[in-house]
Ligand binder design. Structure first.
Ligand code: ADP
Length: 515
């Protein structure tokens, strides 16, 4: 990498911009710029420590692709627990689509959904940690995945999380994954790790593997949720080369946390996207009619009828509120319950698809379901399971998707809702704040992002807050269907894909490589 001496920029044309000319070698393919008011100080702009990274056109050499290896314990759709699994798959696909090389290393859980793995075969075995580890290779959604199966049975417990010794199992996996790279002579540019479960890679790498052959790699650590494993996250933050979390607002919300605050210089917020191939109302085997923003009204009417039919709800044209969520404190359980009752009071229909890892919460919802199914069987259905195909039909068949989270690092359900022309009704927090702009209150903020308003939002964590957003939403549905339908078209046309965030990650990978 060559560096050039400082260049003075001079006013050009009528003084509307500045100009500088630099001579570069013919084999240069990328240039990084930083700007400074004076040579010795003044205002300095290095794009938040990322530099302005611009391609050179017409050179003799093209930029070599990056090699990125994700080490993770979730991957949609074969081992998905929440949004982390979605992100590993969809970010990898987006980066691969931009001609970079991406691999994923995953434990070979016995509960993997192997229907979505093609060409799975045993590749080789190696020994580490007092056990033999079988390496399997297969393709998932077009991505190359290595599955590690230690013969000590660590991943044969029937679940991803919640098997008693998760920290020990995942710590072992992280070590085994680095050992696999090392023994296999695989030297990626970037090792991308996720949340507490693959956080140990960051320090194992820096303490050991960086010194034996994996020296060219850099570690990027993404926090999907700071709620879990704060101790591991704090340690990984200290060791990693770059760290991200999944929205700007969540990055700001957690900036004061002692796990994060010493490391703000390497911490960036990059919004998640959704995978447009997996979530596509024009091409979705789980909905009755394919649609785009042009026939959204007909498409959603067909989906609503199919949903009502499938769940045994009254087939009539009522405002339908959908909720698709893990049922945990984070997701605003008391607000969810209140919204269900308010929707019924306003003569709407409500469908909840959710499951609770905590048996007390699950029981509580089973009771609520029993009560509502007998009192409002034609208008309420609580489906207390994990059911991906049904989630597609709910995204398509609902008028509104409610997300009243107490905190939400990014949130994918509001983005998927918009892709299917459903209007998000959300609490203003984290990524929900960054992606949903209230039709009545956020016009200026939306414009500042180059967007139009797209939903209903509320502050506070009490029932009055939910009512404020939900009542306006349902009233709009009853009073002005033409306007409501145009809102459905509008949200479908907004781009919440990985197009933009994937470029941000690639910039971050480049910035990490320079360290
Ligand atoms: P989190 O990661 O906190 O659970 P996100 O909104 O980031 O929340 O991601 C949740 C993902 O899981 C979404 O893709 C959503 O559709 C899916 N999901 C949540 N609960 C269920 C369920 N019961 N059945 C099917 N999919 C679900």
């Amino acid at each position: 990498m060559d560096s050039l001496p400082p260049q003075r920029m001079l006013p050009a044309d009528n003084g509307s911009h500045l100009k500088a000319t630099v001579k570069i070698p013919t084999d240069a393919y990328m240039m990084d710029f930083v700007f400074s008011e004076r040579e010795d100080g003044g205002i300095f702009d290095n794009k938040g420590r990322m530099d302005y990274h611009l391609p050179v056109f017409g050179g003799t050499v093209k930029e070599p692709p990056l090699h990125v290896v994700h080490i993770a314990v979730e991957m949609a759709p074969i081992a998905k627990v929440g949004g982390l699994g979605d992100v590993v798959t969809s970010l990898s696909r987006a980066v691969q689509d931009l001609n970079h090389k991406v691999h994923v290393i995953l434990p070979k859980f016995d509960c993997l959904n192997l229907n979505h793995v093609t060409d799975l075969h045993h590749q080789r075995s190696y020994s580490w940690g007092g056990t033999e580890i079988k390496v399997w290779f297969g393709e998932v959604e077009g991505l190359s995945v290595y599955f590690l199966e230690p013969l000590n049975g660590f991943f044969s417990k029937g679940c991803v999380y919640g098997c008693g010794n998760d920290a020990q199992r995942f710590g072992f996996f992280c070590h085994a994954a680095l050992e696999f790279l090392q023994q296999g002579g695989i030297h990626p540019d970037i090792i991308h790790v996720h949340d507490w479960s693959s956080a140990p890679v960051a320090w194992l790498f820096k303490d050991h593997y960086m010194h034996y052959g994996l020296c060219k790699s850099r570690v990027v650590f993404t926090i999907h949720n700071l709620e879990f494993g704060a101790h591991f996250i704090a340690k990984a933050m200290a060791y990693t080369d770059k760290a991200t979390t999944v929205s700007h607002t969540y990055a700001k919300e957690v900036a004061g946390n002692p796990a994060i605050s010493p490391h703000l210089h390497k911490f960036h917020g990059i919004l998640n996207g959704i995978d447009l191939d997996i979530w596509d109302p024009y091409n979705d085997e789980f909905i009755p009619m394919s649609y785009t923003s042009e026939n959204v009204v007909e498409g959603k009417r067909a989906a609503k009828e199919a949903l009502q039919q499938r769940l045994g709800l009254k087939k009539s044209d009522l405002p339908l509120v959908g909720i698709i969520t893990r049922l945990t404190h984070q997701k605003g359980i008391h607000l969810i319950k209140h919204a269900i009752l308010r929707t019924l009071e306003r003569n709407g229909q409500v469908v909840l698809l959710g499951s609770a890892p905590d048996p007390h919460i699950q029981n509580d919802f089973v009771n609520l379901a029993n009560n509502l199914h007998s009192s409002h069987g034609d208008r309420a259905r609580l489906q207390l399971t994990y059911d991906e195909p049904l989630s597609h039909l709910i995204y398509a068949g609902s008028d509104f998707i409610l997300v009243p989270s107490i905190f939400e690092p990014c949130g994918l359900t509001q983005l998927t809702a918009m892709r299917y022309g459903s209007i998000p009704v959300v609490r203003k927090t984290g990524g929900l704040y960054d992606t949903v702009f209230d039709v009545d209150n956020d016009k200026a903020r939306a414009e500042a992002h180059g967007l139009e308003t797209n939903g209903f939002t509320f502050d506070g964590a009490d029932c009055g807050g939910v009512d404020y957003a939900l009542n306006r939403a349902i009233t709009a549905w009853y009073d002005d269907r033409d306007w409501f339908n145009s809102l459905c078209t509008r949200v479908m046309e907004q781009d919440w894909s990985w197009n933009r965030p994937a470029l941000d990650y690639i910039e971050l990978y480049h910035a990490a490589k320079k360290q």
